[in-house]
Design a protein around this ligand. Structure first.
Ligand code: ZN
Length: 395
């Protein structure tokens, strides 16, 4: 294989340098001299890279800082008017949208709680489009792109398996959303995978080896090993909700029996305590209702049983509970922790860390936006190609 030479090679080098510079700014505002140190690039190269990024308002300069030594410097940071990415999420009991900046900060978020189990794709796309439009009106940045999180398995941009919203199966949902929003493409992935991505990109908030558990009506997992998402051969990796914890047990929409989702999913918890929804569950837990606490503890044990098997196989250091689980983590965690403590073989040497997601229930939508921002870092020329003259207009 021959390496590119001439202008193509120079473009490749410049693109790699710009990527290194953007990643260095992600670590915090810094002067050009500090950015040269962080990247290993010369000051002249840093200056030549910073200039177009300032002109396109990707970066901004802070006021002059006089350190008393040498020349005064102007720290460079991401601009508040830099392009934004939108992450949209369809889930079993909600729709959500998150508008994210390149540095992972949140510009706006919208969320609608609703039962989507029997809705069809057209209905969901229409409602999600309205939510995206509402969120983007709160942002005056140019739009980099839109990503989509769905509660199902995605192969070749098609939802191939969505047992909790059957109307999504077989649909190229990203294409439908792209058409509704007038976008060229909308990349799509499983919601638990994208929530896990949000813990890796743009900031690593859960280490390099962890399992992210998305707990709602369905239970999904995003498995991150060595900083990379493990998708498996066909993208089916992480289907934690369908790990069997009771042979011949409760029937599951997947066609199986005894899946952990039927013991630790929200619907199973609601049924056990007679709560109509998440709000009622929170209220009962806050009031210390014994029946509710006992049911949540049982759900925690069931989840811990399934997680024990998973961790005995992939030996990760941390389990992050997210989705709705993050909202009642303190009540759920003891049951999970007890099972991990006794069942995980490696726990005797090094206990598994169990934490609530720091990103809360919006992790999947943020991860969908991270699909877009991560691409911008890898292909920084996309940033310089954005039209910064005006805000994005929907068709
Ligand atoms: Zn199942």
């Amino acid at each position: 294989m021959s390496l590119p030479t001439g202008p193509a090679h120079l473009r490749q080098v410049r693109s790699g340098n710009m990527q290194a510079l953007l990643l260095a700014v992600l670590d915090g505002p810094a002067s050009r001299a500090e950015l040269a140190q962080r990247t290993g690039l010369t000051k002249a190269t840093v200056a030549s890279l910073v200039e177009p990024l300032l002109r396109h308002r990707i970066l901004a300069e802070d006021p002059v800082v006089n350190t008393g030594r040498g020349r005064p410097s102007r720290p460079v940071r991401f601009s508040d008017t830099a392009p934004v990415a939108i992450g949209a999420e369809i889930n079993v009991c909600h729709l959500a949208v998150s508008v994210q900046r390149l540095d992972g900060s949140t510009v706006a978020e919208r969320r609608t709680e609703m039962d989507n189990r029997h809705r069809d794709a057209d209905d969901l796309i229409e409602r999600l489009t309205a939510l995206v439009r509402a969120a983007i009106t709160e942002s005056d940045g140019t739009l980099l792109g839109v990503g989509l999180a769905v509660p199902g398995i995605v192969q070749d941009e098609t939802v191939v398996h969505a047992p909790n919203i059957p109307g999504l199966t077989g649909i190229r949902l990203g294409e439908h959303l792209a058409a509704a929003l007038g976008q060229p493409t909308v990349p799509m992935d499983n919601e638990a995978n994208l929530a896990a991505l949000a813990h890796v990109w743009p900031h690593r908030s859960a280490g390099d080896d962890f399992v992210y558990v998305s707990g709602d009506i369905g239970i999904g997992a995003g498995i991150v090993l060595g900083g990379n998402l493990f998708r498996g051969r066909s993208g089916f990796a992480g289907e934690l909700g369908h790990v069997v914890i009771e042979r011949g047990g409760r029937p599951c929409p997947c066609g199986g029996h005894g899946c952990v989702e039927q013991y630790a999913g929200l619907q199973a918890i609601f049924a056990a305590v007679g709560a109509p929804g998440l709000q009622a569950l929170h209220t009962a837990l806050r009031q210390g209702d014994r029946r509710t606490r006992s049911a949540v503890n049982c759900a925690g044990s069931a989840l811990g049983t399934a997680l024990t098997s998973l961790i005995n196989i992939c030996d990760v250091a941390t389990v992050v509970l997210g989705g709705s689980y993050a909202t009642f983590f303190d009540d759920l965690a003891p049951g999970v922790r007890a099972e991990l403590g006794t069942g995980v073989l490696a726990a005797a040497r090094r206990p598994v860390t169990l934490t609530a997601s720091p990103l809360g229930p919006s992790a999947a939508a943020r991860g969908a936006a991270a699909l877009i921002t991560r691409r911008a870092y890898h292909e920084p020329e996309l940033l310089l190609a954005t039209d910064v003259a005006g805000s994005y207009q929907f068709p």
